[in-house]
Design a binder for this molecule. Structure first.
Ligand code: PLP
Length: 468
């Protein structure tokens, strides 16, 4: 071990968080309706599989795009040799148009200010390298996307200081909470370089309100710091009129070409809106020329393959298709979310009211033995090993209140989601039927055996009966 670098052995990657541990458990025993009906259902993965049919029919109708042809002529050699880290101009033009379309054409983007990266993961890390030195801090509202510990901190040495948000106001970002986080960072001897938000929020599934955005703008203006807006879920907003992008908020306040304008940086990706995380297409959009030029140089470490750029530039150039795709996808996501919310309601479980994303933020505080993170972990283990659902506990998102969980709904079929809801209903019925709820919650907990409880197997077999 001594021969290896400190980075190799440091634990700030966050791999040991329950977010990633749940995935590992799922991998060992994945649910399959036929092969493994009592396996674990993956509800911890923010993947969008609801609109593949649309993309697949487009590809079937446009074989030239996949065949790497332009006007019937092969461009294989051209693409195979292309290695300009500025990216294919045609692709960047289509991307900025797509970003505008998602924002209802209220704002325009300039392809020269766009930097391509291998996913939003790479884009967020690159921005940290551009904006902060090791030991500097970024303020993040909690709960936040568990991957940020890896993406923002691990290789860059940047610190994250939480902006405390609470269930009392639906986890909204407030001006006092921003000031408090800033003071906390200073007390820790950290220099604050910026704030990073996700809008819409992962894990809340809500859009940031105009008043929150205004508070954030005022805050970063007063402190002279940066703001990164990860808008990776912008195309998933079910009621798209409620999404206010940071660009729109700034434009409406006539803040274009001011110092604040130069300190705001947007992250985007096609992983969620188009459901293509495997294609690794992410980007930074910044009005700051120095940041753009540094980020372009850094993008050498995580370029997007020219083959992928070409295929996607062809798909995005079909404006009729993209309009239909966005509309249909949003409709399907909304319907799916409603199915999950009503299934949970049936099990007496409430969620934070949401309007975006591929997940809901679920309130299971009433199922905790005590109001502690230990109790949350116990409940999480039971849900994982006994109920057979991998959900992400709030603690993995650094939530400050125990008992909240993120549940994803777009990475599975309707049938699987229904089974997940039956399992959770059976679990809550079981808990509430117990005369001494606390005793029961503690008694049945037997996560060490890693076996699924009886009701899961019963349900799975009764589903098979019904299917026949
Ligand atoms: C808020 C947020 N940012 C970034 C990412 C990473 O996305 P990508 O697949 O584009 O790297 C995710 C993925 O879940 C996310 O939720």
């Amino acid at each position: 071990m001594k021969m290896l670098s400190r980075k190799t052995s440091c634990d700030s990657h966050g791999q040991d968080s329950s977010y990633f541990l749940g995935w590992q458990e799922y991998e060992k025993n994945p649910y399959d309706a036929v092969q493994n009906p009592s396996g674990i259902i993956q509800m911890g993965l923010a993947e969008n599989q609801l609109s593949f049919d649309l993309l697949e029919s487009w590809i079937a109708e446009n074989p030239d795009a996949v065949g790497l042809k332009r006007n019937g002529e092969s461009i294989f050699k051209e693409l195979a040799l292309f290695q300009d880290y500025h990216g294919l101009p045609a692709f960047k033009n289509e991307l900025v148009d797509f970003m505008s379309k998602i924002r209802r054409n209220k704002v325009k983007f300039d392809p020269k200010k766009l930097v391509l990266n291998a996913g939003a993961t790479s884009a967020n890390e690159t921005l940290m390298f551009c904006l902060a030195d090791p030991g500097d801090a970024f303020l993040l509202p909690v709960p936040y996307y568990p991957g940020f510990d890896r993406d923002l901190k691990w290789r860059t040495g940047v610190e994250i200081v939480p902006i405390q948000c609470s269930s009392s106001n639906g986890f909204k970002i407030t001006a006092p909470a921003l000031e408090e986080a800033y003071m906390q960072a200073q007390n820790l001897g950290l220099k604050v370089k910026g704030v990073l938000i996700t809008n819409p929020s992962n894990p809340l599934g809500t859009t940031t309100t105009r008043s929150e955005l205004n508070d954030l703008i005022d805050f970063i203006a007063a402190k002279g710091i940066h703001m990164v807006c990860d808008e990776i879920y912008s195309g998933t907003v079910f009621d798209s009129s409620s999404f206010v992008s940071i660009t729109e908020a700034l434009t409406d306040r006539k803040l274009e070409y001011t110092q604040v304008w130069n300190r705001i940086h947007i992250v985007y990706s096609l992983s969620k809106d188009l459901g293509l995380p495997g294609f690794r297409v992410g980007m930074i959009y910044s009005n700051n020329e120095t940041v753009v030029s540094a980020a372009i140089k850094m993008s050498s470490f995580g370029l997007v393959s020219s083959q992928t750029q070409y295929l996607l530039s062809r798909i995005l150039s079909d404006k009729k298709f993209t309009s239909k795709y966005l509309k249909t996808n949003q409709k399907r996501l909304r319907k799916r979310k409603e199915l999950l919310v009503s299934g949970l309601k049936n099990a007496d479980i409430k969620c934070l009211k949401s309007n975006a994303g591929l997940f809901v933020w679920v309130d299971m505080r009433h199922l905790l033995i005590s109001d502690t993170f230990e109790a949350e972990k116990e409940l999480w283990k039971r849900i994982l090993f006994e109920v057979g659902l991998n959900v992400s506990p709030g603690s993995s998102c650094h939530c400050s209140e125990p008992g909240w969980f993120r549940m994803c709904f777009a990475n599975m079929s309707v049938e699987t989601l229904k089974i997940a809801m039956q399992r959770i209903k059976a679990f809550t019925d079981y808990v509430s039927s117990a005369s001494d709820k606390r005793k029961h919650l503690a008694l049945v907990c037997n996560s060490k055996t890693r076996s699924l409880a009886k009701w899961v197997c019963q349900l799975a077999s009764s589903d098979r009966e019904r299917d026949r």
